[in-house]
Design a protein around this ligand. Sequence first.
Ligand code: SF4
Ligand code: SF4
Length: 170
Amino acid sequence: MIKQFVPSEFCIECKGCCRFKEADSVWSPCLLDEEIQGLLDRSDIPVASISINRRITPVASHDGAYFVCPYLGAQDNNCKIYQIRPFECQLYPFLINLRKGKVLLTVDLNCPYVHENINSIQAKDYIAYLTDYLNTPKQLNILKSNPQIIQAYEEVREVAEINLKRPESI
Ligand code: SF4
Ligand code: SF4
């Protein structure tokens, strides 16, 4: 599990994550290959639909105004699979990004906690931790074998480089 930058009590009140404007949103969680079977094998959690591009498919909200991850508890705003939530969910508001041929660690400034705290010492320390973690041989191998995770989000800030060449398949 990746250590978290945003305190969970802040996220519970926020409602910024796990909801999407479209059913095929590029922001819906993209899965590692090894996470897909794990989710499908669990009988204790609802079966979510997984798209051809290996994303959890959001479902329409009760009022039809937006789309929501099927693993989000509507009443308590908690992730029902928090202990086994996907790598991308653990990583957010940080993202793995492909930009100008480089694989980068980026951050989404639309997250209100990041927006307020990105220039803090805690953010600097956390980025150092996360960069070191992602650059370990084990994590680099995971990223290399899951090029679907390396995406081209535009409105995000670059914070560090990942020691990975652009995978040939993207
Ligand atoms: S947008 Fe940021 S603060 Fe809000 S739920 Fe997501 S990670 Fe937490
Ligand atoms: S798996 Fe959990 S953390 Fe990830 S989008 Fe769904 S509800 Fe949110």
